[in-house]
Design a protein around this ligand. Structure first.
Ligand code: CP3
Length: 344
């Protein structure tokens, strides 16, 4: 283990002050250098699939701000693409893909999965070669439930209706879908760790609004299965889970039952509750309101202090409660990092 990398120390349950910081979507549209490259590339998906460009974008926020971790530039929808679905990102509409109602059309060939996912591995190898040794490198994947919501609906949805209906009407078929997704996600995480990622994060961005039983079956159980599959190959793998906007009871069950090393919490979770309850079991990551980062100034400074104070004595990674928004002023990100680094 690289003991001098702050983020990895925290994932080994050590308390580090000031806490390491990175931001979800830190490589993205709020950065002028990202927008410039995006204009040249033409499309977001082209950038995800071109290791040279993805490397440059992954490193942009590190070069500008010196975050404690880089995160692979890619997207969670590379997994449905690996399974054979067409994924299209349309300007100002978001992603669309061929909706499915059965698992019949999904490819089950691990070699083909790895081939379609290989731009991510090449990107990680290239980033690793240029990244200084103090900065961690994170890989990631979407979690099965969140991926299933896009695959069932064919696009983003506000109430995850198509996936829920599939799960309620055809529990066996839906369980098969979550298993196939889990196999592909586990392979993807292992390959990313092989390619130089120090740790990985599972994004379950649509974990909100599930009944207790379905949260257990569709979020907790598939996540636990992935953690076990990855650790069977890589016993020391460090895994962060983000069951965004579940209930407090949901977060607690997730922290206790999935086996992840850290739980990323959304903006609405009370920091003192998370420090006390989740901090007993896992490292905690979060949870500044992305809109407080747009506001900047005194409101931002006060929000940072409240969060850092709440996690005193707990292994903690500073992050947002969700991804950074495109309208965020870059100076506010610099202010945020300065606040966190002087907070000890
Ligand atoms: O955090 C990072 O910087 C790593 C890269 C990353 C992206 N997306 C880049 C991206 C990661 C980890 C994701 C995860 C992702 N992708 C999630 C889960 C996390 C979350 O935000 O809840 C989801 C649901 C997706 C699917 C997705 N990708 C959607 C719905 C959209 C369109 C909405 C939007 O914000 O435009 C994307 C596009 C996307 N993914 C962009 C980036 C930088 C913007 C692309 C662009 O237009 O330039």
């Amino acid at each position: 283990m690289k003991e001098d990398v702050k983020l990895l120390s925290v994932l080994s349950k050590k308390n580090v002050t000031p806490p390491p910081i990175w931001l979800m979507r830190q490589a993205g549209r709020y950065l002028p250098e990202y927008r410039a490259l995006r204009a040249k590339a033409g499309s977001f998906w082209t950038m995800c699939m071109s290791p040279e460009m993805a490397k440059e974008i992954t490193l942009q926020p590190i070069q500008r701000f010196g975050f404690d971790s880089a995160i692979l530039f890619s997207d969670i929808l590379t997994i449905p693409y690996a399974l054979g679905l067409d994924v299209v990102f349309e300007e100002s509409i978001g992603p669309t893909l061929t909706p499915i109602t059965t698992t019949d059309a999904l490819r089950r060939d691990e070699k083909e999965w790895a081939r379609r996912l290989s731009p991510a591995y090449e990107t990680l190898r290239m980033v690793r070669a240029e990244l200084d040794s103090q900065t961690a490198l994170l890989g990631f994947a979407g979690a099965p439930w969140t991926l299933a919501t896009y695959m069932a609906e064919g696009k983003g949805s506000s109430d995850q209706r198509a996936a829920k209906l599939w799960g309620y009407n055809d529990p066996q078929g839906f369980a098969r879908l979550l298993d196939i997704l889990g196999d592909c996600v586990a392979l993807h995480l292992v390959r990313q760790l092989d390619a130089g990622a120090d740790a990985v994060q599972l994004f379950d961005s649509w974990a909100s609004g599930l009944p207790e039983r379905e949260f257990a079956d569709w979020v907790i159980a598939p996540t636990k299965r992935i953690v076990e599959k990855v650790r069977a190959v890589k016993p020391d793998a460090k895994i962060i889970g983000f069951p965004r906007a579940t209930t407090l009871a949901g977060y607690e069950a997730y922290a206790n039952e999935t086996g992840v090393d850290a739980v990323s919490i959304d903006t609405a979770v009370p920091p003192r509750w998370a420090a006390k309850i989740l901090g007993k079991r896992v490292a905690v990551q979060g949870n500044l309101d992305p809109i407080a980062l747009i506001a900047g100034g005194d409101a931002l400074a006060a929000a940072v202090d409240r969060i850092v104070d709440a996690f005193e004595g707990v292994p903690f990674i500073f992050n947002l409660g969700h991804g950074i928004l495109p309208e965020t002023p870059v100076e506010h990100v610099a202010q945020l990092i300065a606040c966190v680094r002087s907070s000890a």
